[in-house]
Design a protein around this ligand. Structure first.
Ligand code: SAH
Ligand code: SF4
Ligand code: F3S
Length: 458
């Protein structure tokens, strides 16, 4: 039934967007659109956009700008924007980019086929950005699989690991964050759906799943009668327990966790569930109580340190990574120092660090006490230098140790080398046969770098 049509998707932003791109590719594949890596060969191009920081938003605008040339050459080419900038700007995007055909909001991806028909048959340009909060339609298409094993859509190129949405949206309104405005209210996906999807994935050879959502700790077990409780604190641990029993699956991860909602039950799950990887991403944002309050994060420095201690008690080898923001309005030198010394105190395995970026209409974008750009850069450099040393020391501490690696594929640089990850989520490269892809392999770490480790098979 192939109609020879090709789809190109460029994805910006977080795993939610990666997952949505994969979902849109699946939906379009059921209409015989095959994925391509070359925009010049595509019949439909989608830019899946992100607006978390100004610089990311700019990149998505540049990507949309580059499409002008392609459309001029091939007017029949259909161009669409999806994701968070699409949600935020709606119709305005059609005005700003007169060659754009389609704007698909974050809750509307499942309507892609119908919208495409409108564009093609009625020659109309469309923008749909309604929120479907509470409407189960928003999870439509989540279980679709891409049948073509060669598809190079993000996350699908990798047959070993998969992302599985368990909740969407966010109700936290951290004062700096655009997500609640562009993703809508928090809604949990039914556990039956999630379990069905993961069983299917495991049957098709997927070995590791990462449960995703903006705030997975507040997963509420929506529509479920298989979980022991729908209480926010115990629903995720309950779900994890059921996933842990799925045959064929080796590893489970979840992201992102909000420190405030990290329950005792969930912490204990790390010591108890053998498939749950010893790694948690626990965004801190700042080590200063004053700034944390301004950010509306709902925890203080001591709360965070206590959770870290509890995690390490439940699972002594657990790796902890985090997000840090510098230059929030009103951040004094002493606040920044609090962040630096918290880094030294916790000694994270890895951090992702950002300069504060004002995002209208968030509260923080209206705060006074703006930190000059050069000062933000100076703080970021200092922060990253401190962490670089910690990461390297931690990685070097692994040399000579044995680790179990889930082999994800062949190395891009050398086909005689394999690449995979430790339980703690570190990238490890080692010589080995292609036939080991998808298997758990014991290795000994031989060399440590900033971002990866080298090893040999035991
Ligand atoms: N839901 C997750 C992460 C959301 S966005 C959480 O709650 O942690 C990922 C990271 O981007 C955030 O952790 C934060 O560090 C950063 N971020 C979000 N908004 C930002 C902004 N306005 N400026 C700079 N960094 C921001
Ligand atoms: Fe943004 Fe805060 Fe929600 Fe994370 S928890 S998505 S930082 S509002
Ligand atoms: Fe970006 Fe939207 Fe994710 S703003 S970080 S793509 S939720």
């Amino acid at each position: 039934m192939a109609n020879g049509k090709k789809l190109y998707i460029q994805t910006f932003g977080c795993q939610m967007n990666v997952r949505d791109s994969r979902r849109m590719a699946s939906i379009m594949q059921s209409l015989s659109y095959e994925p391509t890596e070359e925009p010049s060969r595509a019949d439909l191009i989608l830019i899946n956009t992100c607006s978390i920081r100004q610089e990311v938003e700019h990149k998505t605008y540049s990507a949309l700008g580059r499409l002008r040339r392609l459309k001029a050459r091939r007017p029949e080419l259909i161009l669409g924007a999806a994701g968070c900038v699409a949600q935020q700007e709606g119709e305005a995007l059609l005005k700003r980019f007169p060659y754009l055909d389609l704007v698909v909001g974050t809750h509307q991806a499942h309507r892609l086929p119908e919208l495409l028909r409108t564009v093609r048959e009625r020659k109309e340009r469309v923008a749909v950005t309604d929120f479907l909060d509470g409407n189960p339609d928003r999870f439509q298409g989540h279980t679709l699989q891409i049948p073509n094993p060669k598809s190079q859509i993000p996350n699908n190129g990798n047959r070993v690991k998969a992302l599985v949405t368990i909740m969407e949206g966010c109700d936290n309104y951290c004062s700096y964050c655009i997500v609640p405005y562009v993703r809508g209210r928090e809604v949990s996906r039914s556990s039956e759906d999630i379990l069905r999807e993961i069983r299917e994935l495991a049957r098709s050879g997927v070995k590791e799943v990462t449960l995703i959502g903006q705030n997975v700790n507040s997963y509420a077990g929506y529509g479920s009668n298989t979980l022991p409780s729908t209480d926010k604190g115990t629903a995720l641990p309950g779900l994890l327990k059921l996933i842990n029993e799925i045959a064929g699956l080796f590893r489970i991860r979840f992201t992102t966790s909000h420190p405030r909602d990290l329950s005792e039950e969930l912490i204990k799950a790390f010591g108890r569930l053998e498939k749950l990887c010893e790694h948690i991403h626990l965004p801190l944002q700042s080590g200063s109580d004053f700034i944390l309050r301004q950010m509306n994060r709902g925890y203080c420095r001591e709360d965070y340190l206590r959770k870290v201690a509890e995690l390490r008690r439940a699972s002594p080898g657990i790796a902890i990574s985090t997000d840090i923001m510098v230059g929030f309005p009103g951040e004094r030198e002493e606040d920044f120092t609090d962040t630096l010394n918290l880094l030294e105190k916790v000694r994270f395995e890895a951090i992702f660090s950002f300069k504060f970026s004002p995002r209208p209409p968030t509260l923080a974008s209206k705060l006074s006490g703006e930190i000059p750009e050069e000062e933000k850069s100076r703080r970021l450099r200092l922060l990253q230098a401190v962490q670089k040393q910690i990461t390297l020391e931690k990685n070097r501490g692994l040399v000579g140790k044995e680790e179990e690696i889930l082999v994800e594929g062949q190395s891009k640089r050398d086909p005689d080398w394999l690449t995979g990850r430790t339980l703690s989520n570190r990238v490890v490269n080692f010589p080995g046969e292609k036939s080991l892809v998808g298997q758990l392999v014991p290795v000994k770490i031989t060399e440590a770098y900033q971002n990866s480790l080298k090893a040999e098979i035991l």
